[in-house]
Design a protein around this ligand. Structure first.
Ligand SMILES: CC(C)(COP(=O)(O)OP(=O)(O)OC[C@H]1O[C@@H](n2cnc3c(N)ncnc32)[C@H](O)[C@@H]1OP(=O)(O)O)[C@@H](O)C(=O)NCCC(=O)NCCS
Length: 208
């Protein structure tokens, strides 16, 4: 996918590409464009090789219509900074729950003292001409009050174990390139970069 915007003289002033090649990066650089957003697609082989004593977490399936508000509270607190995932409403959540691929068993939530404090929502993509079947970590979030206690790692491991149990051999997810905490977590679990989706724009917005 490639979208571009040019000014009246034909100069490139905005570019969006997925998947990005080295030539795309060079072209944006030559045009003096600034990278404004980069989303990485990471992949990992399943099942994960995890140490036998790795911490585990208790999860249960999400219950649509019952867990909506509690889930949204965690989501919106965890993703307050995120361009697409913040400020979700019940309608936003229900629209995804209504999609064909939705499977409550693959939407794992973790409770602490009777309250949802973290979740890992997975999505299965059937194989295509270019890709094997992919088990995606669609959204993972931990309430900020519970960050840094190993919950995020345990939830990703739990979600990937669910996908491996469904027969998936490749795990996949998308992450903003500047999401340092998440990228460090994924790297430590063996995820590697598969492709990137980038947006560039001229700094002088009066040209666009
Ligand atoms: C990413 C997220 C799920 C991690 O949850 P968490 O419970 O805080 O993470 P954990 O305590 O399990 O830490 C796991 C690893 O993440 C990394 N990590 C976590 N917080 C970090 C931070 N503030 N800075 C750098 N690395 C960090 C570390 O590698 C850590 O492993 P270590 O403790 O062995 O060093 C959580 O920060 C979150 O919900 N963020 C907002 C939502 C989000 O970004 N989701 C991912 C979208 S792709």
């Amino acid at each position: 996918m490639r979208r571009e915007l040019r000014d009246e003289e034909g100069a490139l002033i905005a570019l969006e590409v997925e998947p990005v090649s080295a030539d795309d990066r060079a072209e944006a650089d030559d045009a003096g464009l600034r990278l404004t957003r980069e989303i990485l697609q990471l992949r990992v082989s399943l099942p994960l090789a995890i140490p036998p004593n790795a911490p585990v977490v208790t999860t249960r399936p999400f219950v649509p219509g019952v867990d909506d508000e509690a889930l949204l509270e965690v989501n919106n607190r965890a993703f307050a900074w995120h361009p697409d995932q913040s400020d979700w409403s019940v309608d936003d959540l229900q629209a995804r729950v209504a999609e064909d691929w939705f499977d409550p068993e693959g939407f794992r939530v973790h409770e602490h003292e009777g309250r949802i404090v973290g979740f890992c929502w997975t999505k299965v993509h059937p194989p295509t001409d270019v890709d094997p079947a992919l088990g995606e970590i669609f959204v993972i979030g931990v309430d900020p009050d519970h960050h840094g206690r190993g919950l995020g790692r345990a939830l990703v491991v739990d979600g990937l174990a669910h996908l491996a149990g469904r027969g998936l051999r490749t795990g996949m997810l998308h992450v903003e390139h500047d999401n340092t905490a998440a990228r460090r977590l994924y790297r430590s679990l063996g995820f590697t970069e598969h492709s990137a989706h980038c947006w560039w724009r001229a700094d002088d917005t009066s040209r666009s």
